[in-house]
Design a protein around this ligand. Structure first.
Ligand code: SF4
Length: 273
């Protein structure tokens, strides 16, 4: 597909987005949150770890420190202790303290709804700002995380490895109204099928649109075993619930992750990344 024209690329990109929408009608932000502050903090914590691990920590964190003011007054030792399972906990705790303090001092404890303001906050880069804008404020944004970077490259949407350049290359292929959901779908696909080391090409519904088909396992039976989360073998019931009740899919996912944490199910996500 190296000879693909700009128009053909745009058409193929939009087809991928449509097919991913059919595959993941329940795609959503996988970090659990109830307000912009919680999403901002959860996104800061998600650096270098999985959303599952962050979701395990945030209920306790927000029960103890529900507002920027409460968090600004936290002791760093207690904060570090609560967020320890997310890794890099000293740096993250210090970022959260500085972040909460800035929010209180400069924004009256209210999360700003602009990219320009968000990226000035401690520990908040463009990716975090776009997550918060897109999911807490409804402002279209493309979230370029590790999954999105990998898949955008495999799809042939960009040649770049620079997140800002990738964001602008992909933005040029889609209408702004599609950016936020596109980001969720691509990340869902990256976590479930198009893995970093061994993409499950043989079980990939969009293989016919992908120039990187063959980078991973092409045998359908072997590829099916690589699928994760609700697509993993043995997770048919969870998948059926999420498909049948798209509006509550996040809740079903949360319940299945909670069940895994409390030992009620052996492996409801089929592994994670
Ligand atoms: S065909 Fe393979 S590389 Fe392409 S999207 Fe599917 S899993 Fe990923």
């Amino acid at each position: 597909m190296s000879q693909e024209s700009a128009l053909a690329l745009k058409r193929r990109a939009r087809k991928i987005n449509r097919e991913l929408a059919e595959l993941y009608p329940y795609a959503h932000a996988e970090l659990d949150f109830r307000n912009p502050f919680e999403l901002l903090v959860a996104t800061v914590l998600s650096a270098q770890t999985t959303d599952i691990r962050v979701n395990a920590v945030t209920p306790g964190l927000f029960a103890r420190f529900p507002t920027p003011l409460a968090m600004a007054q936290a002791s760093s030792v207690e904060l570090e202790d609560i967020i320890r399972p997310t890794g890099f906990f000293r740096a993250k705790a210090s970022n959260l303290l500085a972040l909460a303090t800035r929010l209180v001092d400069e924004y009256d404890g209210v999360i700003p709804a602009s990219l320009a303001d968000l990226v000035t906050l401690p520990g908040v880069g463009r990716k975090t700002a776009n997550v918060v804008l897109g999911n807490a404020f409804g402002v279209p944004g493309i979230t370029v995380d590790t999954h999105f970077m990998r898949l955008a490259k495999r799809f042939g949407w960009t040649e770049s490895t620079d997140p800002v350049r990738i964001e602008s290359d992909v933005a040029a292929l889609f209408e702004p109204k599609d950016w936020t959901m596109l980001s969720h779908r691509v990340v869902f696909h990256g976590r479930r099928i198009c893995h970093a080391r061994k993409p499950a090409c043989g079980a990939c519904p969009i293989a016919h649109l992908c120039p990187a088909y063959g980078d991973g396992e092409v045998d359908p039976v072997k590829a099916a075993k690589l699928l994760k989360y609700e697509l993993a073998p043995g997770q048919e019931e969870l998948l059926a619930r999420m498909q049948a009740d798209v509006a509550n899919a996040a809740q079903y996912r949360q319940e299945s992750q909670l069940a895994a944490r409390t030992g009620q199910a052996s492996d409801p996500v089929g592994g994670h990344s």
